[in-house]
Design a protein around this ligand. Structure first.
Ligand SMILES: [Zn+2]
Length: 453
């Protein structure tokens, strides 16, 4: 589920069997995803409307899976030599002693074993990276088993209903067509109380036609992205609005007696506001990342794990926290969409991107975060601070081959409403303000958004 990656993957070594990764072009480049187009897994999320009795059945199945998970973990703990195949066999044997297990589709039980081994692997990786971790914990009724996974078989869609083996029919809202072959169906109840089915579908990649255009992107607060083509995408205001609401409900919640009915009600309200914020944000990020993927062959962006550390220090407000999260999500969406479209996303080290002059390379100290204009006393280059940063980012990603034009850029400010409604067109040559543009980077021909000096 690459679209749901929670963090930016920084691969440390090339694996030829998977893809080609390029390293060491410049000391600043941290990660380049590949241009090889591979089959990709897309996840579709559909709302389910299970009846009361079906809900009871699903809960029963979840409980049986939790029991099985704990049973397998117990066996593995008693006998550490067991491998994945061994625990798999244990399921078949245990069915004889415990016929309850037969109530659940056999593939769903198999996926319980998969989950156990996935968790063991993740834990091992943490240990390897020097984290202090304990043993894998049993699933208690509080730390529940939350998903049922049908792998390859046991599911079917007919007449707007999802038919699940051993569960029954569940009305489903199919708001879009599934393209490709469904590998998995995952059933989950979200904290809002709504049920969803996640369809994991193998999709044939569709490489986009080359645009011969490259872009560097600076991620900001005022402008969500400021790019080397002089576009400033406004940070969506609904985030601020919803944040105010979140703070209000949170304050409300703190006044309620924990565990009381009012507390539970307010808590659910808070979950729903967060849910709304997430949906709004996702919609915006999907469309903004789609804009960049459609219009550029190479997209250079900062590596956020480092940016966060550089700029944040120890202070972390709620706003900042949420912004960090959405930046990561934005980059993950770029990486994910690039994979299917044959585009390249380059992550670079963000150090000095805002302090360096993109024209002469000299580092200007004493620039405050409130200074919106970058001025270089060495060469006289003057520009919007974030635009200057985006040029540095582009340079880092491509090698030192991009030079800004004198005269400074005029940013084109793009309201977020235009992004959401899909009305953003790439900058045309005519639309370029006088004296704005870049010298063409090596190996790229002039494009509408890149003007010669
Ligand atoms: Zn300079």
């Amino acid at each position: 589920m690459s679209s749901l990656r929670s963090d930016i993957p920084i691969r440390k070594g090339g694996d030829e069997s998977q893809a080609l990764f390029i390293y060491g072009i410049s000391g600043n480049i941290l990660f380049i995803n590949n241009q090889t187009v591979m089959p990709m897994i897309r996840t579709y999320k559909f709302r389910l409307y299970p009846s009361k009795s079906i809900q009871i059945t699903i809960e029963e199945h979840l409980n049986i899976c939790r029991y099985l998970y704990n049973y397998l973990l117990e066996q593995k703990t008693k006998n550490p030599k067991l491998n994945k195949m061994d625990t798999q066999k244990l399921i078949t044997e245990h069915k004889k002693e415990n016929p309850e297990l037969k109530k659940v589709h056999s593939k769903v039980l198999q996926m319980v074993n998969n989950k156990l081994w996935g968790n063991l692997k993740a834990l091992g990786k943490l240990k390897q990276n020097g984290h202090k971790v304990g043993k894998l914990r049993f699933k208690s009724s509080r730390n529940r088993y939350k998903t049922l996974e049908y792998n390859q078989s046991g599911f079917k869609i007919k007449d707007n209903k999802l038919h699940l083996s051993k569960i029954g029919e569940i009305p489903i809202k199919l708001h879009r067509n599934i393209k490709g072959k469904t590998k998995n169906v995952i059933l989950k109840k979200e904290p809002t109380g709504k049920w969803f089915a996640f369809f994991q579908v193998e999709e044939e990649p569709k490489p986009l036609p080359k645009t011969n255009k490259v872009v560097g992107i600076d991620l900001g607060i005022d402008g969500y992205t400021i790019d080397s083509d002089g576009n400033k995408f406004e940070n969506p205001k609904f985030i601020d609005k919803t944040l105010d609401k979140i703070k209000k409900v949170q304050k409300n919640l703190s006044r309620k007696v924990k565990g009381s009915n009012n507390y539970k009600k307010t808590k659910l309200k808070l979950i729903k506001v967060y849910d709304k914020l997430n949906n709004q944000k996702n919609d915006f990020l999907h469309k903004l990342s789609r804009y960049y993927i459609n219009n550029y062959d190479k997209i250079v962006v900062e590596n956020l794990n480092i940016k966060s550390m550089v700029e944040n220090g120890k202070c972390k407000t709620l706003n900042r926290h949420i912004l960090d999260g959405s930046w990561k999500r934005f980059i993950n969406l770029l990486l994910y969409k690039a994979e299917g479209a044959g585009r390249e996303v380059i992550l670079v080290n963000p150090s000095y991107t805002s302090k360096k002059c993109s024209n002469c390379g000299c580092v200007v100290d004493g620039l405050k975060l409130s200074d919106r204009v970058f001025f270089c006393p060495n060469c006289g280059w003057k520009s919007d601070r974030d635009y200057n940063a985006s040029l540095n980012i582009l340079k880092s990603g491509l090698g030192e081959s991009v030079v800004p034009v004198e005269g400074g850029p005029l940013l084109r400010v793009i309201p977020y409403i235009k992004v959401i409604s899909g009305q953003v067109s790439p900058m045309s040559q005519e639309a370029l303000p006088e004296g704005r543009g870049l010298r063409k980077p090596k190996g790229f021909r002039l494009t509408p958004s890149v003007r010669a000096e």
